[in-house]
Design a protein around this ligand. Structure first.
Ligand code: WT7
Length: 666
């Protein structure tokens, strides 16, 4: 099996069991491995029973008629039920008498003489603000089912805009603030969105990201008149361009907005949001999620994976941006129904100093902390002195997400951040799955550094061969999910074929397609899952998914490039870095200046996250006799396992290695 991720091999054979079973956050919802096993077995025998008792914890206007109906690939959950995500995150708590409890704590990036700006929004505040903004949306013609594009920094108004959409059944499409104008334009066009919510700018590591300028540029690409309304929140006092009639300041439109706007009862299967993610081909695809199933799934996984308990002095913090699925599910939608305050931090982990995160943990007495392995590796590199300066004793549960965590980073997280006392939940999931699929449950699942351990309740995960047969212990195979679950995607927006081809065409069991995640995996002798990396042309850079084809098309869009091949390469911090091999058009010469220009070009076409870590020029790409680019060879070269002429002033000639490789292969 070929994997495109880098640090897999090292993990693959590290089966060190590490089982401290820390007890600091006790009592746990699930107290032992036996309890997990018993509940899991029951949940797999009768998923409908499991999910119906989970759904009973939520508020519904109309009860569902049946729990699930499924004809692969189409699932319907809580059929006939009506509910509302914003109601369950906000209004419900106000109604239950908790209106003055804090729902969202926000901290800004800039640190002034009196420290950073901090805002505490109670459920009553959130009810009022989301109702007001929902009325603003309605006043601008937004109706149930319309797509609202949101491109903002991590400020409270982002959460308010998202929840306001949920209030009235508008579909939000949040675009990460690191994406470029071109990326925004692609998403607006694909979703046919008529309204954009943004900010003048966003603070990032002390400087301003010009969000509104990017939106203006995107709207020029989309074409005049397509987007009717832009609402911008002032944050950085960044000077911005203005289109009269189209552009509005947030503070102006909110000023006279009415505070009353009841949550609309929505059908369980209605679309709640679209979130674009990279695939192996073409443009990013809009993953569709629902109201009811997504709500039940994220709230339930949040409760158990993080051991959330209301009124227990917990303060939860997920460091992701709301522009990614992690932020959707585990800053807002899954956490808030559990009535535990969720912290939103605006900026960078190292601003003004590399101890910023630990400063936040100490000051806010964070109990649950959820971040990415790439961040952990950066913290390790910055040095232990930064966390050591702070009292981190409030921490109870630590989480990771986005990519496999190398055992070394796991141990550092455990010892230096968790003081050896906090369980680590390595949560495996995807934009498409809505929530955690394979994860330890704190207090119940003994952990092994680098393994995401065991499936969540109701998740029938397996590692199979191409025929759908489970492979033996420690054998690599395809990760599939054989039964539907409430949080699963319901489609790729406007592209049924792509939905079917990508997720439901690789493996069939008993003649029926099963969900294929696109990851290679193996299970060890204890049945623990080890993710081996993507099996498609997708690379995982700093926990963010990137299609190699996307970067390749962006490369060839530059006048100097004729052909480009993009592969992953091992990277100390990012996990996987981006390596580009490309051939130049006549009249262009290889140089470091051209390299920098190409890096900037990629940032403009896609976003800074897609900037290549290495660009190598060649007179021709190595190809097989049938004309396929020899990607495996390029991966070995990028990883430094195979040497070729690396003189930057000349073009590299891969033909010799390619021939060697081919004769060896045949
Ligand atoms: C891909 C999904 C889920 C939110 C963040 C990324 C990889 C994710 C893990 C993990 C090993 C992981 C997989 C997956 N991945 N979590 N705990 N261990 N790999 O969401 O952008 O949809 O990417 O990230 O390859 O398919 P995403």
């Amino acid at each position: 099996m070929s994997t495109s991720d880098g640090n897999i091999e090292s993990i693959l054979h590290e089966d060190r069991s590490f089982d401290p079973m820390p007890s600091k956050g006790a009592p746990w919802h699930i107290g032992s491995l036996d309890e997990y096993k018993e509940l899991y077995a029951r949940s797999i025998e009768d998923p409908a029973a499991y999910w119906s008792q989970a759904a009973e914890q939520m508020h519904w206007y109309n009860h569902w008629r049946s729990v699930v109906s499924y004809e692969a690939p189409d699932a319907k959950w809580f059929v006939g039920g009506t509910t509302n995500l914003c109601y369950n995150c906000v209004d419900r708590h106000v109604k239950d008498g908790f209106g003055d409890q804090v729902g969202i704590v926000w901290e800004g990036e800039p640190v002034g003489d009196n420290g950073p700006e901090i805002l505490r929004l109670t459920y009553a505040d959130l009810q009022r603000e989301t109702a007001k903004f929902a009325n603003v949306l309605l006043a601008h013609g937004v109706r149930r089912g319309d797509v609202v594009t949101i491109y903002m920094g991590m400020i409270p108004e982002l959460a308010i805009a998202v929840l306001a959409c949920a209030r009235i059944g508008a579909v939000h499409s949040v675009i990460f603030g690191g994406f470029s104008a071109q990326a925004i334009a692609d998403r607006i066009e694909d979703a046919n969105s008529k309204i954009v919510i943004t900010c003048d700018g966003a603070w990032r590591r002390g400087s301003v990201v010009p969000l509104k300028d990017n939106v203006d540029e995107a709207l020029e690409l989309v074409g005049e008149g397509k987007v009717k309304t832009v609402i911008a929140r002032q944050r950085c006092m960044n000077g911005i361009g203005w289109t009269e009639g189209r552009d509005h300041w947030w503070h102006d439109v909110m000023q006279d907005a009415i505070e009353d706007c009841p949550c609309v009862p929505l059908d369980s299967e209605e679309m709640s949001f679209l979130l674009y993610t990279s695939g192996s081909t073409g443009k990013p695809k809009g993953i569709q999620h629902t109201v009811g199933g997504y709500m039940v799934y994220t709230a339930t996984t949040s409760k158990f994976a993080f051991n959330l308990v209301p009124d227990a002095d917990q303060m939860y913090w997920c460091t992701a941006d709301i522009g990614w699925i992690t932020g959707h599910s585990y800053i807002l939608y899954g956490i808030m129904p559990n009535r535990v305050p969720t912290l939103m931090y605006e900026g960078a982990p190292n601003h003004p100093e590399p101890d910023r995160f630990w400063d936040i943990v100490e000051r806010h007495k964070i109990t649950q902390f959820y971040t990415a392995p790439t961040a952990i590796r950066a913290f390790m590199k910055w040095g232990d002195e930064h966390p050591k300066k702070h009292d981190l004793s409030s921490l109870q549960v630590l989480g990771t997400v986005g990519e496999p965590i190398n055992p070394e980073a796991w141990m550092w997280y455990h010892n230096v951040i968790g003081g050896g006392e906090c369980p680590i939940v390595d949560t495996y999931w995807q934009t498409e799955t809505g929530g955690h699929m394979i994860t330890p449950l704190p207090g119940a699942t003994p952990t092994k550094p680098g393994s995401c351990t065991q499936p969540f309740f109701g998740i029938d995960a397996a590692v199979v061969d191409a025929d759908g047969n489970e492979v033996g212990a420690n054998e690599g195979g395809l990760l599939v999910v054989r039964k539907p679950w409430p949080g699963m995607l319901r489609g790729v927006y406007g592209d049924r074929d792509r939905f079917v081809d990508t997720y439901w065409s690789t493996v069939k069991i008993d003649g029926k397609p099963v969900y294929t995640a696109g990851d290679g995996a193996r299970r060890d002798d204890d049945g623990y899952f080890w993710i081996m990396g993507r099996i498609d042309d997708v690379i995982n850079v700093s926990g963010h998914r990137l299609g190699t084809m996307e970067v390749e098309s962006a490369m060839v869009a530059h006048a100097s490039i004729v052909e480009a091949a993009v592969v992953g390469m091992p990277h100390e911090i990012k996990g996987t870095g981006i390596a580009v091999f490309c051939s130049l058009a006549t009249g262009f010469t290889a140089s470091d200046d051209l390299r920098s220009e190409l890096r900037e070009h990629i940032a403009k076409e896609i976003g800074a996250i897609a900037k290549p870590d290495m660009i190598r020029f060649t007179d021709a790409l190595p190809k097989t006799r049938s004309g396929k680019i020899m990607r495996r060879l390029l991966r070995s070269i990028a990883a430094g396992e195979l040497e070729v002429n690396q003189d930057t002033s000349t073009l590299e000639d891969f033909s010799v290695v390619a021939k060697l490789q081919e004769s060896g292969e045949s």
